[in-house]
Structure formats: structure tokens, C-alpha cells
Write a protein that binds this ligand. Structure first.
Ligand code: ATP
Ligand code: MG
Length: 201
């Protein structure tokens, strides 16, 4: 099974990395593809650093993990990045003999029923969900049950501990000149500072 970890990665952080490493082991994944979004349909473009920078931070963050790969498929696609279209491309590239699974955080899973053609996504991939501190377990369980009942979804809940790190918090801290050490890998921290990515204008 191949894991697909989509995100804005503005910036990538230890929450993403630790959850993917844990899930890779827990579900015996062959590898995890990190798929940065070009222009995320559910977020405005304000405050999102340019694609090349986000891609480079992911590349730096995962380069010492042989099981993690950067996948720029959404960069090669026209227009906004919809997961259903990304999955169609990845199914063509990797689907032969491999099951694909989407790795997503609890906050994204509760939004999942609003995603474009989500029932089609469920037909193409399993879903592995990681808990997140800002999402109530009750709400998460309810969404999982509903997706299973209505769409026969193959959803697995990871035992990974929820980590209280988000890109929003990192951006806010960087803007205020506060430390982001131990929230992102050193190489990403250096990259952010060198390029003054989230500094006050
Ligand atoms: P932002 O604060 O800008 O929304 P984010 O930290 O949520 O950023 P994204 O790039 O939006 O990061 O997230 C990509 C995916 O990773 C989503 O499925 C999200 O739920 C998940 N995710 C991010 N951080 C964590 C975390 N600490 N624990 C579990 N899942 C996470
Ligand atoms: Mg988010």
C-alpha cells in the first residue's frame, strides 16, 4: 500500500512528519508520497508562500527518509488542486498492483464530505486518519461511521498520538519573531529564516 499525504505545507512541520512515519510503520506502507498543493481550493491564496518554496521545504524535510518521496503531480496539473483529480493521475502512475491510501488529519476528515466528488475518492483509495487536538473525537467517529455507512468507505483510524503543531501557529510565531525550533526540522527552520518567509512585511 502506498500512502499519499497531501497538504499546503505552508510550512511542512513535525506534526506532518511524525504522523506519516508512525502511519507508515503501523500500516506497513511501502512508501509515503508527499503531494504539495498548488492552489488549495478550500483556502484563499493570502499568506501562502509560493509553490516552489513550499516544495523545497518538503524536499529538505524528507530527504533523509528513504520511505518518503516528494510528488509534484499537482504542480503539473492545470488550475486548482482537487484530490479526486490528483488521485486519478496517481492511480494511473502507481495503481497497478498497489492500493493507494490517503493520509489525512482529523480536521480534514470532518471536512471531507464537502470535498469535490468525495464518493469517487473513496472508490479509489483507503483513508487513514490521524487524530488532531483541535478535533473532537466524537465528531471524528461520527464522520467515520457515516462515510462507512453511506459509501462503504475503507477508513482506518491511526493510533498515532495527536501532536499539537500547525502551520498556522508556526507562521504566526515566525511573524512575531518567536522561536519555531522543534516544530520544524532544522533545515526547514534555516530555510524559513534565510528567505524571510513568514516575516513581517
Ligand atoms: P494550516 O494551519 O495552514 O491549515 P496545517 O498544519 O493544518 O496547516 P496542512 O498543510 O493544512 O497543515 O495539512 C495537511 C494535512 O496534514 C491535513 O490532512 C491535516 O489535517 C494534516 N495535519 C497537519 N498537521 C497535523 C497534526 N499536527 N496532526 C495530524 N494531522 C495533521
Ligand atoms: Mg490545515
Amino acid at each position: 500500500m502506498i500512502g499519499i499525504m497531501g497538504g499546503t505545507f505552508n510550512p511542512i512541520h513535525y506534526g506532518h512528519l511524525l504522523m506519516c512515519e508512525h502511519i507508515r510503520e503501523e500500516f506497513c506502507l511501502e512508501k509515503v508520497l508527499f503531494v504539495p498543493a498548488k492552489s488549495p481550493p478550500h483556502k484563499g491564496s493570502e499568506g501562502i508562500v509560493e509553490t516552489g518554496r513550499r516544495l523545497e521545504m518538503v524536499r529538505l524535510a524528507i530527504r533523509d527518509n528513504p520511505f518518503f518521496e516528494l510528488c509534484d503531480v499537482e504542480m503539473r496539473m492545470e488550475g486548482p488542486s482537487y484530490t479526486v483529480e490528483t488521485l486519478r493521475v496517481l492511480t494511473r502512475e502507481y495503481g497497478d498492483g498497489n492500493r493507494l491510501c490517503l493520509i489525512i488529519g482529523a480536521d480534514s476528515l470532518v471536512q471531507f464530505p464537502t470535498w469535490k466528488r468525495h464518493e469517487e475518492i473513496l472508490g479509489m483509495a483507503d483513508i487513514i486518519v490521524a487524530r488532531r487536538p483541535d478535533t473532537e473525537n466524537g465528531r471524528l467517529d461520527e464522520t467515520i461511521d457515516r462515510l462507512k455507512a453511506e459509501h462503504n468507505a475503507r477508513i482506518h483510524l491511526s493510533g498515532a498520538a495527536a501532536l499539537d503543531i500547525s502551520s498556522t501557529r508556526i507562521r504566526n510565531r515566525a511573524r512575531e519573531g518567536l522561536s519555531i525550533k522543534y516544530m520544524v526540522p532544522d533545515c526547514v527552520e534555516r530555510y524559513i529564516h534565510e528567505h524571510r518567509l513568514y516575516a513581517e512585511e
